[in-house]
Write a protein that binds this ligand. Structure first.
Ligand code: 13P
Ligand code: SF4
Length: 301
């Protein structure tokens, strides 16, 4: 029996569901019950009736799943797969902002620790951030931790006073304007599409920016046969599956998230077999943080 077959068998025996982000290895995506972007995965985690959730992604995703559905056993193939950006905001600074601005909403990208979420009024993901920020009654918004996604939202929602934090995704930050210029020369008339975690000047110089799912959908809906992709290259797996007749060029080969790539099929098998690497969230933290996640699911509907 192959490793893939072993995982599929174990999953059935244990009434487990495997949730995978588009950035993990294709071989892991292939054994998942559901592959999605952060928003779709959070919704799936909340609504599953499986006994075990194996979360093939990074730590904040496993923590969010546990907070959204605390009765479930949430396992992570590699507990060291942690998003550096999730830590890039300071509770002291958030506290200071709250004192300084009346009517402040702390809007927290889901790519953040549970600890940071305890300070948030609401969570967002890249697919619903614009919609949610626009719908908030508050004029003043402190957007944490991603300064790049924050800047993207600020552009789309000019009526709000959006205060930016200086966190960033170490993977998407590697894309430069030079990469865009080079791609334009190598692939003239081919759409260049990027994730809003890229720096603002890159987003501005390209043809479309959107969450992982929005980028995949763009390549399905757009009649073009070629695309230059400016996000973590794991998405090429799904893009190619959805459009086998189309060609996808990486905007740069630097777009690899080393943390997402720590999740392997072997580790999925091991954690499911031994039920190891369980995710726990401190009860006090959970009580304070889950409200911001539930509010996101409510407002994003
Ligand atoms: P989305 O899944 O919301 O597109 O976020 C991308 C990401 O960086 C996940 O870590
Ligand atoms: Fe974090 Fe960026 Fe990796 Fe997503 S791609 S997990 S934001 S480092």
């Amino acid at each position: 029996m192959s490793l893939k077959e072993d995982v599929l068998r174990l999953k059935k025996e244990k009434n487990a569901i495997i949730l995978a982000h588009y950035y993990v290895d294709g071989a892991v995506q292939d054994v998942a019950d559901f592959v999605g972007d952060s928003y779709a995965l959070a919704k799936k985690a909340k609504n599953t009736d499986a006994d075990i959730i194996v979360f093939a992604g990074v730590k904040f995703m496993g923590e969010s799943a546990k907070m959204l559905n605390p009765e479930k056993k949430v396992l992570m193939p590699d507990l060291n797969a942690d998003c550096p950006m999730a830590h890039m905001a300071s509770k002291a600074v958030i506290k200071k902002m709250k004192e300084e601005y009346e009517d402040l909403a702390v809007v927290c990208y889901i790519n953040s620790t549970a600890e940071l979420k305890t300070m948030a009024d609401i969570c967002v993901t890249s697919s619903n951030a614009v919609k949610i920020v626009r719908s908030l009654p508050n004029k003043n918004i402190f957007f944490i931790p991603d300064g790049n996604l924050g800047a993207y939202v600020k552009k789309q929602v000019p009526e709000k006073n959006i205060i930016l934090n200086d966190g960033y995704c170490i993977t998407h930050k590697r894309v430069t304007l030079k990469d865009v210029e080079k791609a334009r020369k190598e692939h003239p008339n081919v759409p260049i599409i990027v994730h809003p975690e890229c720096v603002n000047e890159v987003v501005e110089a390209t043809d479309f920016a959107g969450s992982t799912s929005e980028l995949i959908q763009y390549t399905v809906d757009n009649p073009n046969k070629e695309f230059v992709i400016g996000t973590e290259l794991g998405v090429l797996h799904e893009m190619q599956l959805k459009s086998p007749d189309k060609t996808f060029y990486p905007l740069t080969d630097k777009l690899i998230c080393m943390n997402m790539k720590k999740v392997s099929l072997e580790k999925v098998y091991d954690c499911l077999l031994n039920e190891t690497n369980e995710v726990f969230v401190d009860e006090e933290v959970k009580v304070m943080a889950e409200k911001s996640l539930d509010r996101m699911l409510e407002l994003a509907k």
